[in-house]
Ligand binder design. Structure first.
Ligand SMILES: Cc1ncc(COP(=O)(O)O)c(C=O)c1O
Length: 420
């Protein structure tokens, strides 16, 4: 009987993913190994998920211990780990609010969309629309692709969920012009990840807050990729130099539990003032029976998240993400390669932009649909895992405990890959 991983996957798993021909079997820290024992430096970290590296002994111990006590209950009952995790997340945001736990980034955003709809209904003025941005990514559910500002995710899925419009990113005048009597909320990634590592910038986020206040709209941050440490701060937007900007809602997933599936969203306690001077506290818009999910915030997921947050705090990983991120940017900027047209990033969310002509310089068998894909494959072959973003950007999203030595190795592998 054929037992090969790739053979079985190709025959029995839905073909939704374009996969690299690597069979991963094991991980430790910033490294993973394939089934043949070949080692890779992992600068993708499961797409910004494994924030404390692979198989961190404290996460492993927390999961094993909790698995022996209570794996799952349901949200019909109270569990201490969920309650204390919610308090920790609210404290990390620094604004009074409440948390809803779910299982993924798309599901966290769905919760924010439902909040926006309820907000519109509470105003009774027909507001329901959410403005999002060109180049954004908000998940693969039907509402997620409707919210996403990239055509490629929508192809073939019409009719989409109504009530989303995309506006040019970082263009405040365009946002001002786009706000209509139907607009209820603005959803923005403080740092666009899938779109190619583009920071919104402090002025833009401040301007969005002012517009939302003027028009009594909700300001929602999608921090699924940039949140909870990735940029060197618990809050991605605070790394951009505007800690005073207060969102009304935030979505998270990815790094929150280091690889155990968990998502969450934050809702600010304070009511958004309404034209008549009143206003319902936002969390009450999603009262009992309005929203739910079976697994959300179960004891096992919350134990993993507590362990991850403990490690980030006790091993000073926010500082490490900031320091190593800045050093890596400086090293990358100093590289003398005609094929690099730009380097950008915040903390350990880094983007290396390639000259698309590099494809023409590659041997024909190495050419792919995009330059980023071709170069990521080249790097895979050299033992460095990274993630393509858009046609020309390579993303580096290493674990937050990555070392200077790991970065030096990654950069030297990149230099080798660029020699075409
Ligand atoms: C900013 C952002 N939002 C939402 C999502 C969707 O998250 P998930 O894949 O966990 O549903 C992603 C995933 O890449 C993301 O980067």
């Amino acid at each position: 009987m054929i037992d090969d991983t790739i053979f079985l996957t190709r025959h029995y798993v839905m073909p939704t993913y374009g996969r690299f021909p690597i069979r991963l079997a094991r991980g430790a820290g910033c490294r993973v190994w394939d089934e043949d024992g070949r080692e890779y430096l992992d600068f993708g970290a499961g797409i910004a998920v494994c924030s404390v590296g692979h198989s961190h002994p404290r996460v492993t111990a927390a999961l094993a211990q909790q698995a022996g006590i209570l794996v799952h209950t349901s949200n019909l009952y109270y569990t201490h780990g969920q309650a204390t995790l919610a308090r920790r997340l609210v404290d990390a945001v620094g604004i009074p609010g409440r948390i809803f736990f779910c299982n993924s980034g798309a599901e966290a955003n769905e919760g924010l969309f439902k909040l926006a709809r309820r907000f519109g209904h509470a105003r009774a003025d027909g507001r329901h629309e959410v403005l999002t941005f060109e180049g954004s990514f908000h998940g693969r559910t039907l509402a997620g692709i409707s919210a996403t500002g990239q055509e490629k995710v929508k192809t073939g899925f019409a009719p989409l969920v109504p009530g989303f419009r995309h506006v040019p990113f970082r263009d405040l005048d365009a946002v001002r012009a786009a706000i209509s009597p139907a607009t209820a909320a603005i959803l923005v990634e403080p740092v666009q990840g899938e779109g190619g590592i583009h920071a919104a910038g402090a002025e833009f986020l401040r301007g969005l807050r002012v517009l939302c206040d003027e028009h009594q709209l909700l300001l929602l941050f999608d921090e699924v990729q940039c949140g909870l440490g990735r940029t060197g701060d618990w809050c991605g937007w605070k790394s951009l130099g505007c800690p005073e900007v207060e969102p009304d809602g935030i979505s998270w997933a990815k790094g929150i539990a280091g690889g155990f599936p968990l998502g969450a969203f934050f809702v600010r306690e304070t009511p958004v003032p309404l034209p008549d001077g009143g206003g319902t506290p936002l969390p009450e818009l999603l009262g009992p029976g309005s929203h739910g999910t079976t697994y959300g915030g179960n004891p096992l997921a919350c134990a993993a998240a507590h362990a991850v947050l403990d490690i980030i705090e006790e091993e000073h990983l926010l500082e490490n993400a900031r320091r190593i991120g800045e050093e890596t940017l400086a090293i990358l900027r100093a590289l003398d390669s005609p094929w690099i047209t730009g380097v950008r990033g915040v903390g350990l969310m880094l983007g290396i932009e390639l000259n698309p002509d590099i494809q023409n310089a590659l041997p024909s068998e190495e050419r792919r649909t995009t330059a980023s894909l071709a170069m990521v494959e080249r790097l895979n072959g050299l033992g460095l895992l990274s993630i393509p973003a858009g046609a020309n950007v390579i993303r580096w999203l290493p674990p937050l405990n990555v070392t200077r030595e790991d970065v030096r190795l990654a950069v030297s592998l990149l230099e080798t890959a660029l020699q075409v």
